[in-house]
Design a protein around this ligand. Structure first.
Ligand SMILES: Nc1nc2c(c(=O)[nH]1)N[C@H]1C(S)=C(S)[C@@H](COP(=O)(O)OP(=O)(O)OC[C@H]3O[C@@H](n4cnc5c(=O)[nH]c(N)nc54)[C@H](O)[C@@H]3O)O[C@H]1N2
Ligand SMILES: Nc1nc2c(c(=O)[nH]1)N[C@H]1C(S)=C(S)[C@@H](COP(=O)(O)OP(=O)(O)OC[C@H]3O[C@@H](n4cnc5c(=O)[nH]c(N)nc54)[C@H](O)[C@@H]3O)O[C@H]1N2
Ligand SMILES: [Mo]
Length: 645
């Protein structure tokens, strides 16, 4: 058989609006026609079914200013809190876990601190591939004498740089963290002075981790007891330590519990609230931190202010001359569930590609297709856009607009327009304002700075960040309440205050239990599939597709040499990969960094191999994040006539 071509698809840039015509085709339209159609559809759904029939998906790659305007559109023009973004699919558990422990969802330390620390733990994070800029700081830290440990089922490129690699079984992070905690306590290495002063719930925590002896944890996690002990002693004895994690921790049905289990280790040792010691959930998209900070989430208003607090709502109601619903809106996950029940009728999707990024993508596409009205505003004609009733062409935030974005260390930085958008594409903010206008709200913002200054007036954490100061300091970290002062680069220094009044509420230990992945392996689906990223490609491939590079090899099902031999499959051979949800075919890649029984795929080439047909929509009940990191699959050799080459 001829070799199957698997060239990554190149998406056409959107240069003019499109609407669906009477024959069901997406055809070119004028801006007026497209905006009338978009606004008319929102209006009909909201008039017939109420404002909660509307959902906004806001873009974590666009600016803070755009996210501020998008959530304001949702709350003021439509009148619902149904606004969310891809934060739900990645770090919502980090935000939930950190908020529960410290009252704030941000990473506690800054990049620079990785250079001035003694120990760096990369837990479920392949930063060498996914956060290369941060990883440069890590490498400088290592050069300065820091030790690094990697905790990952795969021996990743990040793990290659580590002093120790703990290759645990997928979904066993809580047993591992609990065993580290128990060992710290039993070896007399816990920081009892800090525990007494700054935390609560230690006795209950000590009881919970009690059964997780090193050997009990070795049984469940597959990590040798000696390696767990080494990590525990290194972390507890370090003068300063950074605990970094990403999706290996969060993308599980119990992601928030996983996050709490890691935070517990910092409370046990006092590795938080000091320069060089902290917790760093490296965020995903370039502005997913900022999107949440701007209130493009269903439970917070701009400045991460709690929607359920009466004085907070009153402040925004006065500023925006509106009434804000006193209850949380739907998360992205809940919006998809509400599409199924018919409670959600219309979606305004700005810069997200959920048709390919959601777990169980067949179900996601079915739900999106069942909407009365779908409006997609993107820079490319994505798979999601192809399902839409109206497609609106946007300027790319990163080079065609002005504004700001906020990175994982809470640093707000300026983005400047360098080139004109192509064709008729307009800036996201301009498009939203034109829609608001059609729905009876005469919004105009002279420029991005005007939006930013409105945000500053309602968000104390951003008040001190004028555009001038942002430029002068090359970015400023929040909180920044004052225009003439900068705050420390790390959060929660209050925990170290001697005066209990200044110390504030103690940080509670999280009492969490091991709960294995939902999609169990068995005789029919014996292999554990985990999914993630490679250095050369980006998310659903919309922005990274279509270029040639010697680094790129398209999608593969990565298997270890032993499994490939057992299955009788060779490198490059097309095989069928099936889960309880669906099946795909993909070429085999032999990867010695995997352990037997573990397979790996990316999400980068969904037009060639739709990995999310395989993944399970088992969600964390607290954060709504799906278990992308643990599916059960079987790999089948194809009959020689149809597939091998
Ligand atoms: N090059 C590149 N960079 C990117 C992206 C991209 O697509 N390409 N995407 C961006 C986005 S949106 C995000 S959210 C980040 C994600 O950044 P990362 O979270 O670092 O990336 P992933 O590869 O998804 O997952 C990280 C690791 O989790 C491990 N893992 C899987 N299951 C488990 C488990 O049960 N326990 C533990 N401890 N580890 C486990 C995987 O083996 C993998 O190495 O990257 C961002 N940066
Ligand atoms: N199997 C599997 N699936 C996963 C994951 C996994 O690890 N495994 N990870 C999940 C994670 S962490 C994430 S974040 C999601 C990502 O899911 P998505 O956010 O749905 O995917 P992206 O490919 O990042 O899509 C971003 C879109 O924004 C558009 N865009 C970029 N800039 C702009 C702009 O300035 N304006 C507008 N209007 N549009 C713009 C791009 O063209 C693109 O279509 O995927 C999730 N899905
Ligand atoms: Mo992400």
């Amino acid at each position: 058989m001829k070799k199957k071509e698997r060239q990554p698809k190149k998406y056409p840039r959107l240069t003019h609006p499109r609407v669906r015509d009477a024959n069901g085709q997406l055809v070119r339209a004028s801006w007026d026609e497209a905006l009338d159609r978009a606004a008319g559809g929102f209006d009909r759904a909201v008039t017939a079914h109420g404002p909660d029939a509307f959902g906004m998906l806001s873009c974590a790659r666009a600016t803070n200013e755009m996210n501020y305007v998008a959530q304001k559109f949702t709350r003021v023009v439509i009148g619902t809190n149904n606004v969310d973004s891809c934060n739900r699919t990645c770090h919502a558990p980090s935000v939930a876990g950190l908020s529960a422990a410290f009252g704030s969802g941000g990473g506690t330390s800054s990049y620079e601190e990785a250079e001035h620390t003694d120990l760096i733990v990369m837990w479920g994070s392949n930063a060498r591939f996914a956060h290369p800029i941060f990883f440069h700081h890590v490498l400088k830290g290592i050069r300065n004498g820091a030790r690094m440990y990697a905790v990952d089922p795969r021996r990743t490129s990040t793990a290659e740089w580590a002093e120790g690699w703990l290759g645990l079984n997928v979904g066993t992070d809580i047993p591992l963290a609990h065993a580290v905690g128990r060992e710290i306590i039993h070896a007399g290495l816990a920081n009892h002075a800090f525990i007494e002063r700054a935390t609560s719930g230690f006795a209950e925590y000590a009881a919970e981790v009690g059964p997780w002896t090193l050997s009990a944890a070795e049984q469940v996690t597959g990590v040798p007891a000696a390696a767990i002990r080494e990590l525990a002693h290194a972390y507890a004895r370090a003068e300063r330590a950074q605990l970094c994690w990403t999706l290996g921790i969060t993308e599980h049905h119990n992601g928030t519990d996983n996050v709490r289990a890691l935070i517990n280790l910092s409370l046990l040792t006092g590795h938080v609230g000091r320069y060089g010691s902290g917790l760093q959930p490296l965020r995903g998209q370039n502005n997913v931190q900022g999107g949440g900070d701007m209130g493009a989430i269903p439970n917070r208003l701009p400045g991460f202010q709690d929607l359920l607090e009466e004085p907070v709502r009153a402040k925004f109601e006065a500023a925006w001359d509106t009434v804000i619903q006193p209850r949380h809106g739907r998360t992205l996950t809940e919006m998809f569930e509400a599409m199924e029940t018919g409670e959600l009728r219309t979606v305004y999707c700005i810069g997200e590609n959920p048709a390919q990024s959601e777990a169980d993508s067949e179900q996601a596409v079915r739900r999106l297709s069942a909407l009365d009205h779908l409006v997609v505003q993107d820079i490319f004609l994505t798979r999601t856009a192809q399902l839409a009733d109206v497609v609106l062409p946007a300027a790319a935030a990163w080079c065609e607009t002005d504004g700001t974005t906020t990175n994982s260390e809470r640093r707000v930085q300026r983005v400047r327009k360098a080139v004109e958008p192509p064709g008729e594409a307009l800036e996201d903010i301009e498009i939203i304002c034109r829609l608001a206008h059609r729905l009876g709200h005469d919004w105009t913002f002279a420029d991005a700075e005007t939006v930013w200054n409105e945000l500053r007036s309602v968000s104390p954490d951003h008040f001190g960040m004028t555009y001038d100061r942002l430029a002068a300091h090359q970015g400023i970290q929040w909180p920044c309440p004052s225009v003439d002062r900068l705050e420390p680069t790390y959060l929660h220094g209050r925990l170290w205050e001697r005066d209990p009044g200044r110390r504030g509420v103690p940080a509670p230990f999280g009492i969490v239990r091991h709960d294995p992945p939902v999609d169990l392996t068995d005789d029919a689906y014996p292999i554990r599939l985990t999914t993630g990223r490679r250095l050369d490609s980006y998310n659903t491939g919309v922005q990274s597709g279509g270029y040639a590079s010697p680094l790129r090899r398209g999608e593969n099902i990565e298997l270890c040499p032993e499994d490939a031999a057992r299955l009788g499959v060779r490198a490059g051979e097309e095989v069928r990969v099936a889960s309880r949800r669906g099946a795909v075919t993909a070429p085999v890649w032999i990867e010695p960094g995997l352990r037997p029984g573990l397979a790996f795929m990316t999400m980068h080439f969904p037009d060639e191999v739709d990995t999310n047909l395989l993944t399970i929509e088992a969600n964390c009940p607290i954060a709504g994040t799906a278990e992308f990191k643990a599916s059960a699959i079987r790999v089948e050799k194809l009959p020689a006539t149809t597939g091998t080459r």
